[in-house]
Design a protein around this ligand. Sequence first.
Ligand SMILES: CC(C)(COP(=O)(O)OP(=O)(O)OC[C@H]1O[C@@H](n2cnc3c(N)ncnc32)[C@H](O)[C@@H]1OP(=O)(O)O)[C@@H](O)C(=O)NCCC(=O)NCCS
Length: 149
Amino acid sequence: MMNIIIEKMGENYLSQIAELEKTCFSTPWSENALREELANQFSRFFVALCDGQIAGYIGAHNVVGEVYITNVAVFPQFRRQGIAEALIKKLMDLSQTENAEFITLEVRKSNIGAINLYTKMGFKEVGSRKNFYENPREDALLMTYRGEI
Ligand SMILES: CC(C)(COP(=O)(O)OP(=O)(O)OC[C@H]1O[C@@H](n2cnc3c(N)ncnc32)[C@H](O)[C@@H]1OP(=O)(O)O)[C@@H](O)C(=O)NCCC(=O)NCCS
């Protein structure tokens, strides 16, 4: 079993998270976009460290108690070891502390791995958004968690 540590993301991790974005997404966030996000008072970012190495991250906003997950990503070599689960759990704990009402997100309809992950964590499908994504164009599923937060 690996030693996973989840911590609040600091500016020191920006370049590695920009690399992770490039690895995982067709329209990745740049380092500068991530820096601006991180500086936003509403943003909630955590990184997962495995033996001191960056393995994944989660980014979200909490605006008036409505938490919106913008990105979850784990480097391929660290996948299927519970890292995304640990990141989401950390955000759930923080959201509960902040008295949030719900946590919501969009996900590509074809992204079965991510949909399984969110379903396992208690998210429910609540709708869809036509042609939400580009590159390639695809519908989004809207999933929301209203459990123990
Ligand atoms: C989706 C992603 C974040 C999952 O990260 P991860 O650390 O591998 O996920 P976990 O190990 O915590 O998986 C938890 C559960 O999610 C589901 N899951 C995760 N990846 C899966 C896959 N490829 N296929 C099917 N189910 C999957 C499983 O139910 C898994 O539980 P199990 O391993 O006990 O079966 C990772 O695959 C990734 O970075 N993908 C590219 C970026 C992306 O699509 N992000 C989501 C955008 S909305």
